[in-house]
Design a protein around this ligand. Structure first.
Ligand code: C2E
Ligand code: CA
Ligand code: CA
Ligand code: CA
Length: 275
Protein backbone atom coordinates (compact mmCIF):
# COMPACT_ATOMS: atom_id res chain seq x y z
CA UNK A 1 0.00 0.00 0.00
CA UNK A 2 2.92 2.23 0.81
CA UNK A 3 4.54 1.62 -2.59
CA UNK A 4 1.27 2.25 -4.38
CA UNK A 5 0.93 5.47 -2.43
CA UNK A 6 4.37 6.51 -3.56
CA UNK A 7 3.55 5.65 -7.16
CA UNK A 8 0.34 7.61 -7.22
CA UNK A 9 2.22 10.58 -5.84
CA UNK A 10 3.98 10.83 -9.19
CA UNK A 11 0.72 11.74 -10.84
CA UNK A 12 0.20 14.54 -8.39
CA UNK A 13 0.93 18.01 -9.56
CA UNK A 14 3.50 19.33 -7.02
CA UNK A 15 1.65 22.62 -6.72
CA UNK A 16 -1.51 20.68 -5.93
CA UNK A 17 0.39 18.77 -3.27
CA UNK A 18 1.57 22.06 -1.81
CA UNK A 19 -1.97 23.39 -1.71
CA UNK A 20 -3.19 20.21 0.01
CA UNK A 21 -0.52 20.71 2.67
CA UNK A 22 -1.42 24.39 2.99
CA UNK A 23 -5.06 23.44 3.43
CA UNK A 24 -4.27 20.85 6.06
CA UNK A 25 -2.17 23.42 7.92
CA UNK A 26 -4.93 25.97 7.74
CA UNK A 27 -7.46 23.45 8.97
CA UNK A 28 -5.24 22.59 11.90
CA UNK A 29 -4.72 26.28 12.63
CA UNK A 30 -8.49 26.85 12.56
CA UNK A 31 -8.99 24.13 15.20
CA UNK A 32 -6.29 25.71 17.33
CA UNK A 33 -7.76 29.14 16.80
CA UNK A 34 -11.10 28.04 18.17
CA UNK A 35 -9.46 26.42 21.17
CA UNK A 36 -7.25 29.42 21.89
CA UNK A 37 -9.82 32.16 21.43
CA UNK A 38 -8.17 33.72 18.39
CA UNK A 39 -11.51 34.81 16.97
CA UNK A 40 -13.13 38.15 17.47
CA UNK A 41 -16.34 39.78 16.29
CA UNK A 42 -16.22 43.15 14.59
CA UNK A 43 -19.32 45.27 14.25
CA UNK A 44 -20.23 47.33 11.21
CA UNK A 45 -22.95 49.94 11.76
CA UNK A 46 -26.21 49.82 9.84
CA UNK A 47 -27.79 53.24 9.42
CA UNK A 48 -31.27 54.48 8.66
CA UNK A 49 -31.95 57.32 6.21
CA UNK A 50 -31.39 60.00 8.84
CA UNK A 51 -27.94 58.67 9.72
CA UNK A 52 -28.92 57.05 12.99
CA UNK A 53 -27.17 53.77 13.80
CA UNK A 54 -29.95 51.20 14.09
CA UNK A 55 -27.85 48.08 14.30
CA UNK A 56 -24.67 46.27 13.41
CA UNK A 57 -23.59 43.37 11.28
CA UNK A 58 -21.34 40.98 13.18
CA UNK A 59 -18.31 40.04 11.08
CA UNK A 60 -15.88 37.38 12.16
CA UNK A 61 -12.15 38.16 12.48
CA UNK A 62 -9.37 35.67 13.03
CA UNK A 63 -6.15 36.87 14.65
CA UNK A 64 -3.53 34.20 14.11
CA UNK A 65 -0.28 34.60 16.15
CA UNK A 66 1.93 34.17 13.05
CA UNK A 67 -0.35 34.68 10.09
CA UNK A 68 -1.75 37.94 11.47
CA UNK A 69 -5.31 38.82 10.61
CA UNK A 70 -6.76 36.18 8.29
CA UNK A 71 -9.72 37.54 6.29
CA UNK A 72 -13.00 35.58 6.37
CA UNK A 73 -12.73 35.05 2.63
CA UNK A 74 -9.72 32.83 3.35
CA UNK A 75 -11.17 30.63 6.06
CA UNK A 76 -15.00 30.61 5.99
CA UNK A 77 -15.17 28.28 2.97
CA UNK A 78 -12.74 25.83 4.56
CA UNK A 79 -14.58 26.06 7.88
CA UNK A 80 -17.75 25.14 6.00
CA UNK A 81 -16.17 22.19 4.22
CA UNK A 82 -14.61 20.78 7.37
CA UNK A 83 -17.66 21.39 9.54
CA UNK A 84 -15.72 23.73 11.82
CA UNK A 85 -18.26 26.39 10.92
CA UNK A 86 -20.65 24.60 13.28
CA UNK A 87 -18.78 25.30 16.54
CA UNK A 88 -17.55 28.61 15.12
CA UNK A 89 -21.08 29.66 14.17
CA UNK A 90 -22.36 28.80 17.63
CA UNK A 91 -19.56 30.84 19.17
CA UNK A 92 -20.57 33.82 16.99
CA UNK A 93 -24.18 33.48 18.12
CA UNK A 94 -23.22 33.16 21.79
CA UNK A 95 -20.91 36.17 21.58
CA UNK A 96 -23.41 38.39 19.79
CA UNK A 97 -26.26 37.40 22.13
CA UNK A 98 -24.06 38.30 25.12
CA UNK A 99 -23.37 41.63 23.39
CA UNK A 100 -27.09 42.23 22.91
CA UNK A 101 -27.68 41.66 26.62
CA UNK A 102 -24.89 44.09 27.53
CA UNK A 103 -26.29 46.76 25.18
CA UNK A 104 -29.86 46.22 26.40
CA UNK A 105 -28.77 47.54 29.80
CA UNK A 106 -27.51 50.84 28.39
CA UNK A 107 -30.14 53.28 27.11
CA UNK A 108 -27.79 54.54 24.39
CA UNK A 109 -27.43 51.08 22.87
CA UNK A 110 -30.66 49.35 23.85
CA UNK A 111 -32.30 49.88 20.44
CA UNK A 112 -29.51 48.14 18.51
CA UNK A 113 -30.04 44.98 16.51
CA UNK A 114 -27.25 42.60 15.53
CA UNK A 115 -27.21 40.83 12.18
CA UNK A 116 -25.39 37.50 12.21
CA UNK A 117 -24.23 35.63 9.11
CA UNK A 118 -25.43 32.04 9.08
CA UNK A 119 -23.82 29.57 6.74
CA UNK A 120 -26.01 27.12 4.87
CA UNK A 121 -24.29 24.22 6.54
CA UNK A 122 -25.26 25.61 9.94
CA UNK A 123 -28.84 26.26 8.89
CA UNK A 124 -29.15 22.72 7.50
CA UNK A 125 -28.51 21.20 10.93
CA UNK A 126 -31.80 19.51 11.90
CA UNK A 127 -31.76 21.22 15.29
CA UNK A 128 -30.57 24.63 14.06
CA UNK A 129 -33.65 26.49 15.33
CA UNK A 130 -33.44 24.76 18.72
CA UNK A 131 -29.76 25.66 18.98
CA UNK A 132 -30.46 29.35 18.34
CA UNK A 133 -33.40 29.39 20.75
CA UNK A 134 -31.29 27.70 23.43
CA UNK A 135 -28.57 30.35 23.06
CA UNK A 136 -31.16 33.14 23.19
CA UNK A 137 -32.73 31.69 26.29
CA UNK A 138 -29.47 30.98 28.09
CA UNK A 139 -28.12 34.46 27.39
CA UNK A 140 -31.38 36.27 28.07
CA UNK A 141 -31.05 38.24 24.81
CA UNK A 142 -34.17 39.72 23.23
CA UNK A 143 -34.89 37.60 20.11
CA UNK A 144 -36.31 40.67 18.37
CA UNK A 145 -32.85 42.22 18.33
CA UNK A 146 -31.31 39.27 16.54
CA UNK A 147 -31.33 39.16 12.77
CA UNK A 148 -30.02 36.17 10.85
CA UNK A 149 -28.51 36.76 7.41
CA UNK A 150 -29.07 33.91 5.00
CA UNK A 151 -27.81 33.70 1.43
CA UNK A 152 -29.64 32.62 -1.67
CA UNK A 153 -27.70 29.35 -1.87
CA UNK A 154 -30.02 28.29 0.93
CA UNK A 155 -32.80 28.10 -1.60
CA UNK A 156 -31.22 24.99 -3.08
CA UNK A 157 -32.53 23.14 -0.02
CA UNK A 158 -36.02 21.96 0.68
CA UNK A 159 -38.24 25.03 1.00
CA UNK A 160 -40.55 23.27 3.41
CA UNK A 161 -37.66 22.52 5.76
CA UNK A 162 -36.40 26.12 5.53
CA UNK A 163 -39.88 27.39 6.29
CA UNK A 164 -40.32 25.20 9.36
CA UNK A 165 -37.03 26.42 10.86
CA UNK A 166 -37.59 30.06 9.99
CA UNK A 167 -41.13 30.01 11.33
CA UNK A 168 -39.98 28.41 14.59
CA UNK A 169 -37.52 31.26 15.10
CA UNK A 170 -39.84 33.97 13.83
CA UNK A 171 -42.46 32.87 16.36
CA UNK A 172 -40.02 34.04 19.05
CA UNK A 173 -39.29 37.32 17.24
CA UNK A 174 -36.04 36.53 15.40
CA UNK A 175 -35.71 38.35 12.06
CA UNK A 176 -34.27 37.29 8.74
CA UNK A 177 -32.40 39.09 5.99
CA UNK A 178 -31.59 37.69 2.56
CA UNK A 179 -27.91 38.55 2.03
CA UNK A 180 -26.19 39.26 -1.30
CA UNK A 181 -29.58 39.39 -2.94
CA UNK A 182 -29.46 39.08 -6.71
CA UNK A 183 -26.03 37.45 -6.94
CA UNK A 184 -27.13 33.82 -6.68
CA UNK A 185 -29.82 31.74 -8.21
CA UNK A 186 -32.72 33.06 -6.25
CA UNK A 187 -36.09 32.39 -7.64
CA UNK A 188 -38.84 34.87 -6.98
CA UNK A 189 -41.09 31.87 -6.53
CA UNK A 190 -39.13 30.85 -3.42
CA UNK A 191 -38.74 34.40 -2.26
CA UNK A 192 -42.46 34.83 -1.81
CA UNK A 193 -42.70 31.66 0.27
CA UNK A 194 -40.13 32.58 2.90
CA UNK A 195 -40.94 34.65 5.97
CA UNK A 196 -38.21 37.24 5.35
CA UNK A 197 -37.92 40.70 6.89
CA UNK A 198 -35.21 42.33 4.82
CA UNK A 199 -33.46 42.18 1.46
CA UNK A 200 -29.80 43.16 1.31
CA UNK A 201 -28.63 44.79 -1.91
CA UNK A 202 -25.24 43.28 -2.64
CA UNK A 203 -22.25 45.61 -2.80
CA UNK A 204 -21.53 44.45 -6.36
CA UNK A 205 -24.60 46.43 -7.46
CA UNK A 206 -23.70 49.43 -5.30
CA UNK A 207 -20.06 49.80 -6.35
CA UNK A 208 -20.73 51.30 -9.81
CA UNK A 209 -24.29 52.40 -9.26
CA UNK A 210 -23.52 55.98 -10.31
CA UNK A 211 -21.96 55.02 -13.63
CA UNK A 212 -23.59 51.74 -14.63
CA UNK A 213 -27.28 52.06 -15.53
CA UNK A 214 -27.71 48.27 -15.23
CA UNK A 215 -26.59 48.30 -11.60
CA UNK A 216 -28.94 51.19 -10.93
CA UNK A 217 -31.79 49.29 -12.58
CA UNK A 218 -31.14 46.16 -10.52
CA UNK A 219 -30.90 48.13 -7.26
CA UNK A 220 -34.13 49.90 -8.11
CA UNK A 221 -35.83 46.59 -8.91
CA UNK A 222 -34.77 45.14 -5.55
CA UNK A 223 -36.00 48.21 -3.66
CA UNK A 224 -39.38 48.20 -5.44
CA UNK A 225 -39.69 44.45 -4.90
CA UNK A 226 -38.94 44.82 -1.19
CA UNK A 227 -41.42 47.68 -0.84
CA UNK A 228 -44.21 45.81 -2.56
CA UNK A 229 -43.59 42.68 -0.48
CA UNK A 230 -43.56 44.73 2.71
CA UNK A 231 -39.89 44.02 3.37
CA UNK A 232 -37.19 46.27 4.68
CA UNK A 233 -34.21 46.93 2.40
CA UNK A 234 -30.56 47.69 3.13
CA UNK A 235 -27.73 48.51 0.73
CA UNK A 236 -24.27 47.18 1.62
CA UNK A 237 -20.90 48.46 0.45
CA UNK A 238 -21.97 52.12 0.46
CA UNK A 239 -18.69 54.03 0.22
CA UNK A 240 -19.69 57.54 -0.86
CA UNK A 241 -22.30 60.11 0.02
CA UNK A 242 -23.24 60.24 -3.68
CA UNK A 243 -24.04 56.51 -3.66
CA UNK A 244 -26.15 56.93 -0.55
CA UNK A 245 -28.05 59.89 -2.00
CA UNK A 246 -28.67 57.97 -5.21
CA UNK A 247 -29.95 54.91 -3.34
CA UNK A 248 -32.12 57.12 -1.16
CA UNK A 249 -33.63 58.57 -4.34
CA UNK A 250 -34.55 55.02 -5.38
CA UNK A 251 -36.35 54.54 -2.06
CA UNK A 252 -33.69 52.70 -0.09
CA UNK A 253 -34.12 53.04 3.67
CA UNK A 254 -31.03 51.49 5.27
CA UNK A 255 -27.31 51.63 4.55
CA UNK A 256 -24.09 49.92 5.52
CA UNK A 257 -20.58 50.59 4.26
CA UNK A 258 -17.24 52.34 4.63
CA UNK A 259 -18.98 55.73 4.21
CA UNK A 260 -20.14 55.32 7.80
CA UNK A 261 -17.56 52.91 9.21
CA UNK A 262 -15.59 49.78 8.53
CA UNK A 263 -16.33 46.79 10.73
CA UNK A 264 -14.70 47.70 14.07
CA UNK A 265 -14.15 46.15 17.48
CA UNK A 266 -16.94 46.63 20.01
CA UNK A 267 -15.18 49.45 21.87
CA UNK A 268 -14.70 51.47 18.68
CA UNK A 269 -18.26 50.70 17.64
CA UNK A 270 -19.55 52.12 20.91
CA UNK A 271 -17.35 55.19 20.43
CA UNK A 272 -19.25 55.96 17.20
CA UNK A 273 -22.12 57.11 19.42
CA UNK A 274 -20.08 59.73 21.28
CA UNK A 275 -19.99 62.32 18.51
P1 C2E B 1 -20.86 39.62 3.66
O1 C2E B 1 -21.81 39.01 4.63
O2 C2E B 1 -21.40 39.99 2.33
O3 C2E B 1 -20.23 40.86 4.42
C1 C2E B 1 -19.95 42.10 3.81
C2 C2E B 1 -18.47 42.23 3.52
O4 C2E B 1 -18.24 43.49 2.90
C3 C2E B 1 -17.60 42.23 4.76
O5 C2E B 1 -16.37 41.61 4.42
C4 C2E B 1 -17.38 43.73 5.03
O6 C2E B 1 -16.22 44.00 5.78
C5 C2E B 1 -17.28 44.24 3.62
N1 C2E B 1 -17.64 45.65 3.52
C6 C2E B 1 -18.41 46.37 4.34
N2 C2E B 1 -18.56 47.63 3.89
C7 C2E B 1 -17.86 47.72 2.74
C8 C2E B 1 -17.65 48.78 1.80
O7 C2E B 1 -18.14 49.91 1.92
N3 C2E B 1 -16.87 48.48 0.71
C9 C2E B 1 -16.34 47.24 0.53
N4 C2E B 1 -15.59 47.04 -0.55
N5 C2E B 1 -16.53 46.22 1.40
C10 C2E B 1 -17.29 46.45 2.49
P2 C2E B 1 -15.66 40.60 5.42
O8 C2E B 1 -15.79 41.11 6.83
O9 C2E B 1 -14.29 40.36 4.87
O10 C2E B 1 -16.52 39.28 5.31
C11 C2E B 1 -16.56 38.56 4.10
C12 C2E B 1 -17.61 37.50 4.13
O11 C2E B 1 -17.31 36.48 5.09
C13 C2E B 1 -18.99 38.02 4.53
O12 C2E B 1 -19.60 38.62 3.42
C14 C2E B 1 -19.65 36.74 4.98
O13 C2E B 1 -20.16 36.04 3.87
C15 C2E B 1 -18.51 35.95 5.57
N6 C2E B 1 -18.57 36.04 7.05
C16 C2E B 1 -18.09 37.01 7.87
N7 C2E B 1 -18.36 36.72 9.17
C17 C2E B 1 -19.05 35.56 9.16
C18 C2E B 1 -19.63 34.74 10.19
O14 C2E B 1 -19.62 35.04 11.39
N8 C2E B 1 -20.25 33.58 9.79
C19 C2E B 1 -20.33 33.22 8.46
N9 C2E B 1 -20.96 32.08 8.16
N10 C2E B 1 -19.81 33.97 7.49
C20 C2E B 1 -19.18 35.13 7.82
CA1 CA C 1 -23.70 39.45 5.52
CA1 CA D 1 -23.58 40.69 2.04
CA1 CA E 1 -21.61 40.54 -0.41
Amino acid sequence: AKAAGRNTMRFFDPSMQASIVARANLEHALHEGLRQNQFQICYQPQMDGSGRIVGAEALLRWWHPERGQVPPGEFIALAEETGLILPLGLWVLETTCAQLVEWSKQPRFAHLTIAVNVSIRQFRQPDFADQVLAILEKSGANPEKLKLELTESLLASDVEDINVKMSQLKAKGVRFALDDFGTGYSSLYYLKQLPLDQLKIDQSFVRDILIDPNDAAIAKMIIVLAQSMGLDVIAEGVESQAQKTFLQGLGCTNYQGYLFSEPVAKVQFEALFQG
